[in-house]
Design a protein around this ligand. Structure first.
Ligand code: BYC
Length: 321
């Protein structure tokens, strides 16, 4: 409402100005601060999708816990998968700080309304896939997530600091598996190459649609939710990963891949964006399996949530008495 004094900002304008000035000065927006509804909505969407990705991301690798090739590898994989669960929990908490309860966020996932990363709709057919996920998928996740430690929303930025530290360990363990296989017997080498062949393009797609087709890039950059565009991060991933594949003496499955001396970047062949949209739209190789595994896990865990809620209720009652 205007107070009628010319030139004096209305309260909403003043709050908007304060919000924008915080962004300009690289100050964090915290949960009690005023924020535009659209900023809250975009953050809730991105953080909850990120949380869902961490939780769904446990499934492809969890598939190999009982079949890891040694006790040592099994311990490492168990720790990694548990880390992903922890990441999901930090991120659900960060999303809840924007006002939407966790049950609602999870219900949207289970109803197929909320997205999660396309990458987790591909199957893990061999042990080498565990290596490829750590090396490529966690490698891509780090490149995407390190800038988020500097994003404008405080709880998201802080959650990402610890997550990135853990992702670095994940990336190294994946590279270590690939290194061992690549230096192993001919069938082990072939297994590593096959995993790279299947995970390369889905990893390139993880960064989202090309900038020209990205719906949210521009606004999210303005709000400092994203600090780089999808294509910028994708290029960083390619430039970082191609030399690593060379170290492994594995071949990136892209005959058009080439180093551009002028730009000092690698160039890749065309990405199959039809495949990306198909997978994001629910029709990837494992979409149905992943969603039904999550719904079953949620239903199976109902007694734990009920018991915890009952305990909290009784405790609150005894404290009030
Ligand atoms: N999969 O306008 P755009 C991990 C959707 S790592 C599915 O560019 P935005 C992990 C997008 O949501 C993986 N959907 O969107 C690693 C939007 O649809 P809606 C998770 C995708 O948000 C190892 C539409 O396409 N990481 O968790 O500005 C082990 C248009 O896209 C994808 C994060 O979530 C995709 N790949 O940019 C375990 C990081 N890409 O919502 C776990 C945080 C795009 O309008 N998120 N879409 O219906 C981000 O950085 C950004 O959300 C994205 C997309 C770069 C992913």
């Amino acid at each position: 409402m205007s107070d009628g004094i010319e030139g004096r900002p209305e309260p909403d304008d003043a709050r908007q100005q304060c919000f924008e000035s915080r962004l300009d000065r690289a100050l964090k927006i915290e949960p009690p601060d005023w924020m535009p509804d659209a900023y809250r909505k975009t953050l809730t969407r991105q953080i909850s999708q990120h949380a869902h990705s961490e939780i769904v991301g446990m499934l492809p690798e969890g598939n190999w816990i009982t079949r890891a090739p040694s006790l040592h590898r099994k311990l490492i994989l168990l720790a990694k998968v548990q880390d992903e669960a922890g990441h999901g929990l930090y991120l659900y908490s960060a999303a809840e700080s924007l006002g939407t309860p966790r049950d609602e966020l999870v219900a949207a996932l289970h109803a197929g309304k909320a997205k999660y990363s396309s990458i987790f709709n591909y199957p893990t057919l061999t042990w080498a896939d565990v290596g490829a996920i750590g090396w490529l998928v966690d490698g891509a996740a780090i490149i995407n997530q390190i800038p988020i430690t500097r994003c404008s929303y405080g709880p998201y930025a802080r959650a990402m600091v610890r997550i990135c530290k853990e992702e670095s360990f994940h990336q190294r363990q994946g590279f270590d598996i690939m290194w061992t296989l690549a230096h192993g017997t001919p069938p082990q080498r072939a297994m590593a190459q096959d995993a790279l062949d299947r995970w390369w393009w889905p990893s390139v797609m993880m960064f989202g649609p090309p900038d020209a087709a990205s719906v949210h890039n521009e606004q999210s950059l303005r709000w400092k939710i994203k600090l780089f565009t999808n294509d910028e991060l994708r290029q960083k991933f390619i430039d970082q990963t191609v030399p690593q594949a060379e170290r492994l003496r594995l071949t990136i499955p892209d005959p058009q891949l080439r180093w551009n001396e002028e730009t000092q970047h690698y160039e890749i062949g065309p990405v199959d964006w039809d495949e990306f949209y198909r997978v994001v739209g629910g029709d990837g190789p494992c979409n149905r399996e992943r969603l039904s595994a999550r719904v079953d896990a949620w239903n199976d865990g109902a007694w734990v949530r009920d018991a915890a809620a009952e305990h909290a209720r009784k405790r609150a009652g005894s404290e009030a008495a």
